[in-house]
Design a protein around this ligand. Structure first.
Ligand code: GRF
Length: 217
């Protein structure tokens, strides 16, 4: 099987990276991680990647005069590692239009809300403040605008009345760890076609009944 070669970009904890590493460990998973790249020397995810024998590289953004020169350095390293798909997993840098267009339709991101709701870094707090009953996560193709682009996979989770940011984040994170590997599988198996701002897929639709929260009595 020819596996899709992915590069994972992180800045911190790396729990989504870990979910991708675990998925790639299965023989029938159609992707493999060629490189983990961090813009932070102390990103916790680096140690886990190294422990599993994956190549890692740190490129610190603050060593570069501007966004694009940093992005050009990342681009060179990804290409040297034969990366075909870039996966942002808690990567806390906005990529330049130059990078996103160079890698058009080949950069994916995971965000802890049901996009297009609650873009930005404080998605959980925004969901709680808005009083929504459902939030969730989104895996999407990256466009130059922050947290925008064709949606690949989403999962909805309830927002409970006593949730704080941490409890909601933990509930969403569990869904993230299932959605990200699944989105990569869809792409790697060629089951998704990006048509303008929509991702059209041949994957089966959800068979679950409509999710209503709170439950209707
Ligand atoms: C996740 O919640 C992801 O959705 C967001 O940043 C967080 C990264 O967590 N983009 P981790 O580093 O993967 O644990």
């Amino acid at each position: 099987m020819d596996r899709l070669k992915i590069g994972v970009l992180i800045s911190g904890r790396g729990s989504n990276l870990r979910a991708l590493i675990d998925a790639c460990a299965a023989e029938d998973f159609p992707a493999e991680i060629n490189l983990v790249l961090s813009n932070k020397l102390d990103a916790r995810g680096l140690a886990h990647a190294e422990a599993t024998g994956i190549d890692t590289v740190v490129i610190e953004h603050d060593k570069f005069p501007d966004r694009e020169s940093f992005d050009r350095a990342i681009d060179a390293v990804l290409k040297a590692a034969n990366v075909e798909l870039v996966c942002l997993a808690g990567f806390m840098r906005l990529l330049s239009t130059w990078f996103v267009e160079t890698w058009r339709d080949r950069v994916v991101n995971i965000h802890p809300s049901l996009l297009p709701a609650f873009k930005g870094i404080d998605a959980h707090a925004q969901a709680i403040a808005a009083g929504v009953r459902l939030s969730g996560c989104t895996v999407h193709i990256v466009r130059p605008e922050m947290d925008a682009g064709p949606v690949l996979v989403q999962a909805a989770v309830p927002v409970m009345p006593d949730d704080d940011e941490d409890t909601l984040a933990a509930r969403i994170l569990a869904a993230e760890h299932r959605c990200y590997p699944y989105a990569i599988r869809l792409l790697a198996e060629g089951r998704v076609k990006i048509v303008g701002e929509r991702a059209e897929d041949q994957a089966p639709g959800s068979t679950a009944a409509t999710l209503i929260h709170p439950a209707i009595e």
